[in-house]
Design a protein around this ligand. Structure first.
Ligand code: SF4
Length: 384
């Protein structure tokens, strides 16, 4: 009599696995695909040329937390204005912050300038070509150092950005959630990036990034078009789209504050240069109160002193013309912010401003290069 399988086992989906593919075959399939389908990007060298280290470094810093499409116009603006790292090193801080405005994460711009100055002064304007020396420069961490070393100097390095995290997690079917899976992803990625006898390390790194950006995309990976689908364990197990798994994120903390739109008798608006250090350091913005914690679940608007923040010398709160029905929300890396607008008309003669504050005609606000959080509010006010 034939033995029957218990139903609990017979109904279970049996995980398949793909036949193994050697790293050399993976590399060759991916590089062949890259030769035909590489994205054309302004910082990339074409036709067998080596990329300019300045361009690679600049693009990698800009691409941190920012999309390729958003970076392209900024990259063009920077290399037009400062064609070499020495030109950037000689730029004024506020010129660079102004050119960076809108790209966000402004600490990157401050480190960019610091790094350019170290390269110009300490390395005679020549970028170092090893990971260790690159990592000694301001604002260059493990990822950027590996990317510059591989792409600009053709060094064999394991370069892992978000796209590569995804490709490797899927190809090796790594089910441990991020960030705990990082060491496993790195170890597996190394077998591909640093395979013995690896050639074209710069192209391989960029090919992995392009695969993640165009084929192995976050939702609905396009496995039918994938040059390395043979051997992909995530695809074979039917779990590719679920990978990489992530630990649930804790809710972002919230902060709240006032933003002041102060107009004088000439129709000019008050702006200020923010302190050099801290969030949005050195950027031009509207004056604000302090940004105070606003506990999750609390509906009531918190108590906020109008005399805090960078407007301490003013007595806006006492001005009868203030209104507070306009608001904007903005998400920073570590918190969500809601700013409520306070509008006031003042007379310059009796209204004291600080050394960092200045009046700007309404028609010239767009030329200020404001960070996005302030641009959101000026758009509410003047529709630009
Ligand atoms: S087969 Fe699919 S899941 Fe696997 S690497 Fe290619 S696109 Fe990604």
């Amino acid at each position: 009599m034939p033995r029957t399988m218990p139903s609990s086992i017979s109904n279970r989906k049996v995980a398949k696995s793909a036949p193994p593919v050697k790293p050399a075959a993976f590399r060759s399939a991916l590089l062949g695909w890259y030769d035909a389908h590489a994205r054309v990007l302004p910082w990339r060298a074409r036709g067998g040329k080596t990329a300019d280290p300045y361009h690679v470094w600049l693009s990698e810093v800009m691409l941190q937390q920012t999309t390729v499409q958003a970076v392209i116009p900024y990259f063009g603006k920077f290399v037009d204005k400062w064609p070499r790292v020495q030109n950037l090193a000689a730029a004024q801080d506020d010129e660079v912050m102004h050119a960076w405005a809108g790209l966000g994460y402004y600490a990157r711009a401050r480190n960019l300038l610091k790094c350019a100055r170290v390269v110009a002064e300490t390395h005679s304007g020549v970028f170092p070509d090893t990971v260790d020396t690159l990592k000694s420069l301001p604002g260059i961490g493990d990822y950027t150092a590996a990317a510059v070393a591989a792409i600009a100097f053709n060094r064999v390095e394991t370069v892992i950005d978000g796209n590569v995290d995804r490709v490797v997690s899927r190809w090796f079917a790594i089910e441990t959630p991020l960030p705990d899976s990082k060491p496993e992803i790195r170890a597996q990625a190394k077998t591909l990036f640093e395979h013995k006898g690896s050639d074209r390390p710069g192209d391989f790194a960029q090919a992995m990034m392009d695969l993640g950006a165009t084929i192995c995309i976050p939702q609905n990976p396009r496995c039918d078009l994938c040059p390395v689908s043979k051997g992909c364990q995530g695809r074979a197990k039917g779990i590719a789209a679920e990978l990489p798994r992530r630990k649930p994120k804790a809710a972002q903390p919230r902060r709240a504050g006032y933003v002041y739109w102060i107009e004088n008798e000439r129709g000019e608006i008050l702006f200020e240069t923010r302190p050099g250090r801290g969030l949005l350091g050195g950027m031009v913005g509207l004056p604000t109160s302090d940004w105070v914690g606003w506990p999750a679940g609390q509906r009531k608007w918190p108590e906020i002193d109008h005399k805090g923040g960078h407007i301490s010398a003013m007595k806006i709160a006492d001005d009868n013309s203030m209104k507070s029905d306009l608001k904007i929300r903005h998400t920073f890396t570590h918190f969500d912010l809601e700013l409520r607008g306070v509008l006031a008309k003042v007379k310059t003669r009796s209204f004291k401003i600080t050394d960092d504050q200045f009046w700007v005609p309404a028609t010239e606000i767009t030329a200020l290069g404001l960070p996005t959080v302030f641009r959101k509010f000026t758009r509410l006010m003047d529709g630009t």
